[in-house]
Design a protein. Structure first.
Length: 114
């Protein structure tokens, strides 16, 4: 891996993968936290505890758009690099980058078409 382009490709691929996973984790955390709040409400828990849990939920919900924004940027950068470095098509890093881009598509923010 002496070619610096391969190193960059590997780094950008890792960023896309990490951000994609991070978004999924935050989405799961929101669901888990909402379930926890529902259980606390059902059991008639203390208002202070309930408010704190709702704050945690809000923080998790705020992280999802941030992850989506960073993922969209990283996805775009990696896509651009793949277009510009087509002579690396036969390398393992290039193939991994293409796979990472495809896997991350489901986690990209949805474009609103009017």
């Amino acid at each position: 891996m002496s070619d610096p382009r391969l190193r960059q490709l590997t780094i950008k691929t890792g960023v896309v993968k990490r951000l994609s996973k991070e978004k999924v984790v935050y989405e799961k955390e929101v669901v888990t936290q909402q379930n926890r709040i529902d259980k606390l409400k059902a059991s008639g828990s203390d208002d202070h505890v309930l408010r704190k849990q709702e704050e945690v939920l809000q923080e998790s919900m705020m992280m999802i758009p941030d992850c989506q924004r960073r993922l969209a940027k990283a996805h775009e950068e990696l896509s651009e690099m793949i277009k510009n470095e087509e002579e690396l098509k036969e390398t393992e890093q290039y193939q991994a980058a293409v796979a990472a881009l495809e896997d991350a598509k489901v986690n990209l923010p949805q474009k609103i078409t009017a």
